[in-house]
Design a protein around this ligand. Sequence first.
Ligand SMILES: [Zn+2]
Length: 476
Amino acid sequence: MAPNILTPEARQENVKALALAAGITPEQAAERLDGRVLCTFDPDDAAACQFYEELRPVLGRTIDVDDTPTGRGYLVEMVIGDVQPRGVATAVFTRLRPDSSCFSPVLEGVHSPNPVHGALSVVAACYGAAVAVHRAVGAGIPNPPPDYLEIRYDEILPDLSVLNEAVDIGEAHLAGAGAIGNGFLWAARHVDLRGKLAVCDDDVVSSGNLQRQIWFDEGDIDDPKASTLCEKAQPHIPGCRLKPEPARLQELPNRSGAWLKRLIVAVDSRRARRELQNEIPAEVFDASTTDIREVVVHYNTALSDLACMGCLYKADEKEASQDQIIAEHLGVSVDEVRASRVSPAAAAAIARKHPHLQPAMIEGQAFDSLYKALCATGKLHASVGKQVVAPFAFVSVLAGTLLLFEVMARLARPGLAQTNEWHVSPWREPFGRGRLTRLRFNGCECCGDSARARALRALRTRLWVGKRDNRAAVKE
Ligand SMILES: [Zn+2]
């Protein structure tokens, strides 16, 4: 990995996220994040080494991490496995076992030096990063990890054996090559995914993105996200062919007939999710983050009676006031913001209000991303709404990992999962009550009770079924 991940813009994104979460000023947050975390482990302990190899890239996008003391001050020492702490800072004792990982301020419980499944070590690393961030810089964050945090892997994925099976995703689309899309393919390094995955994103990598988009480094800035992600992830996922599409899924050509049988959603806004649902995919796997507080995993099929993304992510007041804030600060109308992408006319208006911006550079960008980028570089001194503050890297990587597990579990064990929505705190143990069954919302703009929506879904489903039958016939 390139040495410089935490560019000034990436650090600024972490400062904003921490300031907002902990209720402190950006100056205080910057001072806290200036510290470092030390990881102490025995290099002959295979489980500890595996955990550290996954922890370092994730935690290192939030705060600097060392595995040998440099003489500088440390905020926290992660003591991984059966090893003596160096005693340079508050210790977090990390104990790894075949079925769980746990984090505690005192040494307790057994540790096993046998490595676990690689995908589970990503899960352990995300929660380990959460504890390290909380103990190092997170005083004041609501709902922090308990003193003793134990993550049982079967609470994350009830049937862990699916991780050892080849899972064929057929021809699927991944919408979004940002933080969650990165996390999805990051965890996929450790499993045997088969099939074809079209990775759709029209955005380019920005310096601030390095704060959470785990595959990208400084050398990727200004390169297209879709092709960069595919290029970097493909060698690690040999069984699944990744195809970059440098466009939003809603703008791909040939979106007719039996297309979009399987859609994996990793975009960054509620509105984009509704737009994707309106493409009437047969099957949707989705994960989202609510700043640093929560990960939500959702699943739907076109003909079920359960909620779709439009039901779950309906336009709300927060979104309306966020549109208003973005419109005012950028100098455009709310309707233009609702169009999602910066039109040529909007680009000209924004450049009039913000002369340091070139219209050609911002045309076609997502309003959310442009606003987020301007806030991160300090070009806008805005009252930043919660929806435009980026989560920490471990939150996005956890979301992508849970999305991968959802895809694998549903495809390998059809009919096993009964719920369609799962709320997970990235800071605490997952609870069974976080899994819910949400029914359709009558007023949903995507699946609401209109004859047209029903007819379209029925038509598309006939096409999908027809396609499957045709294939079976050809084989015979
Ligand atoms: Zn709906």
